[in-house]
Write a protein that binds this ligand. Structure first.
Ligand code: AMP
Length: 480
């Protein structure tokens, strides 16, 4: 069956319709409003009417487009919270994406009573997952390998699933999950008894085959790319090896992006760069493959809540990373693979926002730059490093080094202690009298809670929390 395309161009000037045009109950619409979702994003406007009418979908959408809500609202609409069985299964390529998807589903499900969303990913210990499954869940979000593991142990049953979502299908196939997906599909009710929603950023042949196999008369939703390349401003600076790491600090202090991802070709280079930046007073953290999952989560929380200016990573360590609102990408080294370069720079300038890309290239790397130019079909734009060096004295005197707007406080205690974001917010605003506007993201993990607060109230919040109570209990809090 050939899918019928119903793509809606997103470049038009007409505003997206409001959520109230959808057949959603009032309490769901109220919750969307509380979340600040006023109008649908283009992918939501194109997919939600079809998906809420029960159609299978192939939707081409990237992270940052609002795609999670485009499948989460339909799966919640199909769900009966009074029935204690897994009714929706979402497969994701990575643990990080699965965590984000779970969080978004939980936010969207707040309007419904007691919808339990469970994340099942590899890399986490089995025992708590088994315990949570024994307690029952309505929605399971996970990576294919671990889901299959649970099916093998019969700790998870899929017979009541009425919505199956394949998120980032192209990446799951790239990561070699095709067989796992097939094995999972065998345990799902047949296509006539479920709704299947496939999301993918690209649509190569193997994704088309996957769709042909598991979807029933799917509608295809494609969005024309929103000014793809032109949103990204890319500049090259020629550097010598001893200028390279210092040049990163010059760029940051000059352009002052709030969130930057810096790519290095080697782990050693990552380590050196973090040391140089920290010595210059810039808050930089390294994301490397050897980190324990808990440390990795901690790094990512600090970056996402704007208390770390720069995340430094190799391509391998950054794999599977999904960050909305990344203002700049710095290629500290030029990658030998032009395709990898495209991947790196595609992480900024998302969802219609503009992005900055800075490339530092030595004479030895000019061949690589040539290949990138060829692939992009445009000429690289060069600026002299001296321009930044000249500005730097002035920048430093006027503004000081780049500082992130927020600071992260870690509360030793999390979901296991039944702490919720609202408890922390209450302690900070009601008990300590802080302005809600000075409090940023609150991430509650199993054993820790991370709260971002504005730098100027960080000390007060830290002292207050340590002296006071959260959820009626004294807590230990430290500044990260
Ligand atoms: P996603 O592409 O699903 O990762 O979503 C990107 C971000 O946009 C998430 O932080 C969502 O919470 C947010 N978002 C999704 N839909 C809307 C909307 N209609 N209005 C405002 N924000 C939204």
């Amino acid at each position: 069956m050939t899918p019928s395309p119903v793509g809606t161009p997103s470049t038009g000037s007409a505003p997206s319709p409001a959520f109230s045009t959808l057949p959603l109950p009032d309490h769901v619409l109220d919750n969307l409003q509380r979340l600040g979702y006023e109008r649908m994003t283009p992918i939501q406007a194109a997919s939600l009417p079809l998906a809420l009418a029960g159609r299978d979908l192939i939707a081409q959408a990237k992270t940052g487009s609002g795609k999670t809500a485009a499948f989460a609202l339909p799966l919640l609409a199909n769900l009966n919270p009074r029935r204690f069985a897994v009714q929706a299964l979402v497969l994701c390529p990575t643990r990080e994406l699965a965590e984000q998807v779970s969080q978004e589903i939980r936010r969207l499900a707040r309007a419904d009573d007691n919808v339990k969303v469970l994340t099942l990913c590899g890399g986490a210990t089995m025992r708590p997952q088994l315990a949570s499954l024994a307690h029952g869940a309505h929605v399971v979000v996970g990576t294919p390998g671990r889901i299959l593991d649970h099916l093998g142990r019969a700790s998870l049953g899929l017979e009541a699933v009425n919505t199956w979502v394949l998120d980032e299908a192209d990446r799951m196939l790239d990561m070699g999950f095709a067989d796992d997906i097939a094995a999972i599909a065998q345990q799902l009710p047949p296509t006539t008894q479920r709704q299947t929603l496939l999301f993918s950023a690209t649509y190569p042949d193997d994704v088309a085959r996957l769709a042909a196999r598991y979807l029933r008369e799917p509608q295809e939703v494609r969005l024309t790319e929103r000014h793809a390349a032109s949103q990204i401003r890319e500049r090259y600076y020629q550097v010598t090896e001893d200028q390279r790491l210092h040049a990163v600090g010059l760029l940051l202090n000059h352009f002052r992006p709030e969130s930057t991802l810096a790519f290095c070709n080697t782990k050693q280079q990552c380590r050196d760069l973090v040391a140089v930046l920290q010595a210059e007073g810039i808050v930089a953290l390294e994301l490397h493959g050897d980190l324990e999952q808990r440390d990795r989560d901690q790094v990512l929380v600090q970056f996402a809540n704007r208390s770390c200016s720069v995340l430094v990573a190799t391509d391998v360590a950054a794999r599977g990373l999904d960050i909305a609102r990344l203002e700049a990408v710095i290629n500290v080294d030029i990658t030998p693979d032009a395709q990898v370069h495209t991947h790196r720079i595609g992480r900024t300038g998302r969802a219609g926002e503009s992005g900055l890309v800075f490339n530092l290239a030595s004479l030895d790397e000019m061949g690589r730059v040539g290949r990138i130019d060829e692939m992009q079909g445009r000429e690289s734009v060069w600026h002299p490093l001296a321009e930044l060096q000249a500005a730097s004295a002035h920048d430093d005197a006027a503004r000081g080094p780049l500082r992130p707007p927020m600071v992260t406080l870690q509360i030793l205690g999390g979901r296991k202690e039944k702490i919720r974001a609202g408890d922390v917010l209450g302690a900070l605003t009601k008990d300590l009298g802080l302005d809600a506007a000075s409090i940023g993201k609150i991430d509650v993990n199993d054993f820790s809670t991370y709260v971002a607060v504005q730098r100027d109230v960080a000390d007060r919040a830290l002292r207050g929390l340590n002296a006071g109570k959260v959820k009626g209990r004294s807590v230990k809090v430290r500044r990260l």
